[in-house]
Design a protein around this ligand. Structure first.
Ligand code: ZN
Length: 310
């Protein structure tokens, strides 16, 4: 089957995009580097460098179908750690870190596989189970008091900034520790704590891999559901990001939707049927280009199933 991949990414408030994305013939990867206040992280390279290194190393591992997603992530984390172990303090609580979201079509197994570490999202439109959004939300179970405090302050105020810094400090204490939450940084063991799963190759209708900044229209804004988000991404990955930015700006101070910043870095990779004629010259029903039942191979919507947000 032919797949069409489209992607878009945009920086958030800081203007420094610490998301990273890549797609190959069989996989899509989205990383979301964690911001580090005042670059207090023991690493003179910085978060952008870290996510780029991690992404490159991950891609080099993912091309081998016989390497599991967890093994690929474990190796990639280890490779990056070796690249700056001599120059940087990798024991620093704020050492650069990143969420990880991977979707891979594994020919060897005849399955689409996914991996999530921390709160990026993979949305899968499964012909049997319907649309499911998968994310590792374990970070939401820690530092809940500090997180609740952020909602008391308007984005952009000194009080808000201080509450975000208190949350970051609290999260660092339980990052990559038993009873806390896990994320890709300098400890390869984090890979063992990733959320993984798979579905038979023929069951995937379409999918999207997103950083949390691009998933906001559904979670937490609730302006649409996951099938709507897939429809929007199918119409154009950049269009999805544009809609996120419109919603961000409509509540720039966080009065409706409490958050850490007005706009977060946002990245999406959409994987779906091609939106070009699938067989030029093949007789098809006439109709509007791009509509179902025409010469354009569009995802059908009549098999929609339960929506499951984890
Ligand atoms: Zn470094």
């Amino acid at each position: 089957m032919m797949w069409q991949l489209s992607s878009a990414t945009a920086p958030g408030d800081s203007g420094q995009n610490e998301d990273w994305a890549a797609a190959g013939p069989t996989f899509a990867v989205v990383l979301d580097g964690l911001s580090s206040p005042n670059e207090d992280n023991g690493c003179h390279h910085g978060t952008k460098w870290f996510v780029a290194q991690l992404g490159g190393c991950l891609c080099s591992q993912l091309v081998n179908d016989e390497t599991s997603l967890k093994e690929a992530l474990r190796s990639a984390i280890d490779m990056v750690a070796q690249r700056h172990a001599r120059t940087c303090d990798l024991t620093h609580l704020g050492t650069p870190s990143s969420t990880v979201a991977i979707l891979r079509n594994n020919d060897h197994k005849g399955a689409w596989e996914y991996l999530l570490l921390a709160d990026s999202v993979v949305v899968i439109d499964d012909l049997v189970a319907g649309v499911q959004a998968i994310s590792d939300k374990s970070v939401d179970r820690v530092a809940t008091r500090e997180k609740a405090d952020i909602a008391l302050h308007q984005v952009g105020t000194p009080e808000h900034r201080e509450s975000v810094e208190r949350l970051i400090a609290a999260q660092r204490l339980v990052r990559n520790r038993a009873g806390g939450y896990w994320i890709a940084s300098a400890d390869p063991n984090a890979a063992d704590h990733a959320l993984t799963g798979e579905l038979p190759t023929g069951r995937l209708r379409r999918a999207a891999v997103l950083s949390d900044g691009a998933a906001r229209l559904v979670d937490p804004y609730k302006l649409m559901n996951w099938p709507d988000l897939l429809d929007l991404a199918a119409a154009g990955a950049a269009r999805l990001i544009h809609r996120v930015r419109e919603a961000d700006q409509a509540d720039a101070k966080g009065a409706i939707w409490a958050r850490y910043k007005t706009s977060d870095d946002a990245t999406v990779i959409y994987i779906g049927p091609p939106r070009v004629p699938v067989a030029v010259g093949t007789p098809r029903a006439s109709g509007t280009a791009g509509a179902e039942g025409t010469a354009y191979d569009q995802p059908r919507r009549d098999l929609g199933g339960p929506i499951d947000s984890i």
